[in-house]
Design a binder for this molecule. Sequence first.
Ligand SMILES: O=C(O)c1ccc(O)c(O)c1
Ligand SMILES: [Mg+2]
Length: 631
Amino acid sequence: MKTSIATVSIAGDLRDKLAAISQAGFDGIEIFEQDFIAYSGSPGEIGEMVRDHGLRIDLFQPVRDVEGLPEPLRAKAFDRIERRFDLMEELGTDLLLVSSSTHAQSLGGVDRIAADFSELGERAAARGMRIGYEARSWGRFVSDYRDAWEVVRRANHPAVGLILDSFHTLAKKVDPEGIRSIPADKIFHVQLSDAPMIAMDLEYMSRHFRVMPGEGDLPVLDFLRAVAGTGYDGVFSLEILNDQVRGSSARIAALDGYRSLLYLADELNRSEPASKIDVPEMPAKGRVHGVEFVEFSASDAEAETLGGMLHTLGFSPVAQHIAKSVTLWRQGDINIVINTEQEGFAHSSYVMHGTSVCDVGLMVEDAGATVERARVLGANLFSQPLGAGELDIPAVRGVGGSVLHFLDQESELGKVWEKEFRSLEPDAAATPAGLNRIDHLAQVMKHEEMLTWALFYTSIFEIEKAPAVDVPDPNGIVHSRALQSTDGAIRLTLNGVDTHRTFAGRFVSDSFGSSVQHIAFATDDIFATARQLADNGFESLPIPKNYYADLESRFSLDDETVADLKAANILYDEDGAGGAYFQLYSRPYGDGFFFEIVERRGGYNDYGAPNAAYRTAALKRLSRPAGVPRH
Ligand SMILES: O=C(O)c1ccc(O)c(O)c1
Ligand SMILES: [Mg+2]
């Protein structure tokens, strides 16, 4: 696959962009006029700099408002194109993108526009150049690739072809299937991007909210499938106009872009065996069977406090690592590991983030295949020296520098607890409270990192994005999006923060970027669990009475149920389709970490977003005042 990316897609000055693009593995770029104008070097120097980075210039863009104009505007527009050709000659590129006009004085008329392109084709050919016509979705007369193709067909000039841009087709809900009837040699270039499903003016969305393929909600794979169906084997380029991406790291945006292209092409090859786009081989996405363990790093003193909290939750210390200060706490199928080593990764994570989750172990179908797929898609592999008797468990770096380990039942990795741990005497056993598995993990990150991590998870695992929700906090908004497998075996919620004033934002800031802010455990009987927790001395998060008065008005619950919910500080939600959700929270701990206990009934598949504002306010009331250091 010939890969390319528009320079406008990422942050920095032209030199920064080129370095990031070339490092990420792209073959070429589209030079955007603004990047070109803003740079101090001559066009010849820019061309040289691009080639020095091992990159091609696939295209120069955009030129707008060219076609369908009356004289003297027409002559002036054509002259503008000739000046672009001068520039392109010096830069060393031969393809110019003309995007469909929005000019108030454009006259339209498919034959007039086609005649303009015939003449532009003559001019281009005379200079050894080519012109590609792109339908912008808000173009005045041409706003759909089918109309742009009719123009190109009628222009009937070898130097005039079509440029397809997935945004303009898919955001406007135009069926991409018609692309299959366009001859491949008339498709000069293909631009890919995705976008979120938000009702918004298309021009505004196009210029500010595009995202990498796979990061949004558009059927980019269907678009690519149709393009590949023509036999097109030219450049696939990313054109991502996005304010947030332009304001964040060039290196990460380029890596995300490259990952999204490989992922998309791999998906295409798997779903359409006839089309073999040339991309690196990678194992298929694998199923995740669940979270096998969550590991905290802590000091000895804080391990006591955390252990005390786990004890009230009904967990018992069941095993000790054969060689390290690492204790395994268990209840049902839940494994919580507390690591108090004085060296190694967990310790450095403790030094950086304080007591926090440093490592998550996922039970997958095939751990070796999972880490290999992650590697091909650009994940950072993680390893540290093994002690005697320790298993070599494949791992990658995850959110906030934490580690993600992969285990499976096919190899000896599934026996990690027997191999690396020694059972402890049950004298410190707690009374279990019916917590049987991890329902979900909530990870927080800066808002601008959310797309990166959503793409990370969805490209490696069989995991789907749930619709995004904005969760109100007394001091701002938290952008939340759940990722979950269809069977619910793995559920992660990603929470993006813009400000440190929100409860989640303060956690990111105070913990210096720790990722897991809460762990939700599942029970089959929330009321029995609540009773046992109370007996164990667990302190639940107090919920105001007003919440329960509102609950009665929203749902048809009987008085007794509402009284039971209220007595136990349990929050409640329904999905309108017979599903119900019960949530019980711990008080905040440390930098704002907390536990949640949930019960899902009747196929409820969400996360109680309507309750999030209330539990956040309650957590905030009980947390350490802002700005008070942890030590
Ligand atoms: O917003 C625009 O005008 C614009 C310009 C060039 C493109 O390739 C495009 O997709 C949009
Ligand atoms: Mg475009």
